[in-house]
Design a protein around this ligand. Structure first.
Ligand code: 5AD
Ligand code: SF4
Length: 467
């Protein structure tokens, strides 16, 4: 997968008193958000502190995403803007190191340096631990640095153990990276490399530290997170079910989520974990992409539509309150009206609480990009509109059904209005209530009383789980 939920993401920004400012611009999935945080961590010992404006930054990192169309164009236009910042700072006698990271850097490193020679560093997702060395070299040398090879060592092993703990009680933790599945449309196996799992001990240590700092909810991340097979301290290989059990039972993580999963790796053990572990949240992102067997085969997904339906039945039998989210692509090469109708039918049959849907866009170097029978743009548009209308209907119905329910909400921050705090339900619905700031980072019981377009309003019941 990068079946990571694509989320356009703002800069992580805090102003610092340190001598050097770091401004990270993050595009793409949660994996990129995590990577941006880790890059900030590895640069902290060099004296870099996050700043919220590029013109105050001695180093700017553009962390890019390649998953869909026009990624390179978007990067070049952003770089054009950053070039002006760099030039203005140079006139004031300040040096700025400009780095491009992430999947576009991986795929188009040389092109970036050719078209944007003012870029100092281009680094792929496997080399972030080398960032301090690259920064030192870039600051010294006039020439730009390219670092997009896949090193033999795992970058996980080189990241510093300390990481800043986010406020609000929820954190991401990468446990697996890369993908060996080679779906026809996807760049991830080429940009993120082969599937690799982080050793169990390292994951547990990071999780323990997060919990000790008050983190209540951990989302385990990986492009193919349920293919996790980390080396355990006992020498055995641990799967995700075993890891989640350990995190819930021994580390004391109250809420566990994982994303993104592939239906092929949804084993019996993991399904049983949904039955046995209350800490495993009853909300699962399980991309299916299409409901047509012909297209699923062309996509190299490795399962049929019926197998997906059966899997959902087994999951719901294990955890009756489970809700699903998914990713869909319309207009994959060869997709006919009939194929598309089968996708619509699968959506009606399964019912999704939430979903992301995309028009197919060819990624250079992937098998689908030079397949015949590309679907015309206007057909893709029309299909996407119908698909999104159906998914929106299901999402609205799911949210409407929450009104009148009592749910446990993890409060992650202040709301928009004074006196309001916001958090998320077990189903990642945004919930707003009138409540004290002291509840931020805590789980409290809420009666849902109101439905807004993209969120819910509630009232505290007075019942709070203390950390
Ligand atoms: N075109 C359209 N959507 C894509 N995705 C991945 N690659 C492409 C592509 N070439 C979507 C898939 C994946 C999600 C993260 O992005 O649905 O699950
Ligand atoms: Fe996900 Fe398939 Fe891409 Fe792997 S190749 S990241 S399974 S979409």
């Amino acid at each position: 997968m990068n079946e990571m939920t694509p989320l356009p993401c703002a800069t992580s920004a805090r102003s610092g008193k340190q001598a050097r400012g770091l401004h990270v611009i993050t595009w793409g999935c949660q994996m990129n958000v995590y990577d941006s945080e880790r890059m900030t961590d590895v640069l902290r010992p060099l004296g870099y502190e996050a700043v919220d404006a590029p013109d105050r930054a001695d180093m700017i990192i553009l962390n890019t995403c390649h998953i869909r169309d026009r990624a390179a164009e978007k990067v070049f236009s952003e770089l054009g803007r950053l070039r002006l910042v760099k030039e203005a700072r140079a006139q004031a006698g300040q040096q700025t190191v400009l780095a491009v990271a992430g999947c576009v850097a991986q795929a188009e490193g040389r092109e970036i340096l050719a078209r944007a020679p003012y870029v100092d560093i281009v680094l792929g997702p496997q080399t972030y631990h080398r960032l301090p060395e690259m920064v030192a070299r870039a600051a010294r040398a006039a020439g730009a640095v390219i670092e997009t090879d896949f090193p033999v060592e795992q970058k996980f092993d080189f990241l510093p153990p300390e990481r800043e703990v986010p406020e609000g009680g929820a954190a991401f933790l990468t446990i697996q990276e890369g993908c060996d599945k080679f779906c026809s449309f996807c760049v991830v196996p080429y940009t993120r490399g082969a599937e690799a799992s982080r050793p169990v001990a390292a994951v547990l240590e990071e999780a323990r530290r997060l919990v000790a700092h008050g983190v209540r909810e951990i989302t385990l991340l990986g492009q193919n997170v349920n293919a996790y097979h980390g080396e355990g301290p006992d020498g055995a290989t641990w799967d995700l079910a075993r890891l989640a059990t350990e995190l819930a039972d021994r580390v004391g993580v109250e809420r566990i989520r994982y994303t993104t999963s592939h239906p092929r790796d949804m084993g019996d053990g993991l399904i049983a974990a949904h039955r046995d572990l209350p800490a495993l949240m009853p909300f699962l992102h399980l991309p299916v992409q299409s409901g047509s067997d012909r297209i699923l085969a062309a996509m190299n997904r490795g399962h049929t539509a019926q197998e997906y339906r059966d899997l959902v039945v087994r999951l719901r039998a294990a955890r009756p309150d489970l809700a699903l989210s998914s990713d869909f692509i319309v207009g994959h090469p060869g997709e006919t009206d009939e194929d598309f109708e089968q996708t619509m039918q699968l959506i009606r049959d399964v019912g999704f609480a939430q979903a992301y849907s995309f028009k197919y866009s060819p990624r250079p170097g992937t098998p689908a990009s030079n397949a015949g029978a590309q679907v015309p743009e206007d057909v893709k548009d029309a299909r996407l509109q119908r698909l999104q209308a159906l998914l929106r209907e299901q999402q609205d119905a799911f949210n409407a059904a929450s009104v009148g329910q009592r749910v446990r909400v993890l409060f992650t921050g202040r709301g928009r209005k004074p006196g309001q705090i916001s958090g998320k339900s077990p189903y990642l619905q945004a919930v707003h209530v009138e409540g004290p700031d002291s509840l931020i980072g805590q789980v409290a019981e809420v009666d849902i009383v109101k439905l807004y377009t993209n969120s819910l309003g509630g009232v505290l019941t007075g019942e709070t789980e203390r950390a």
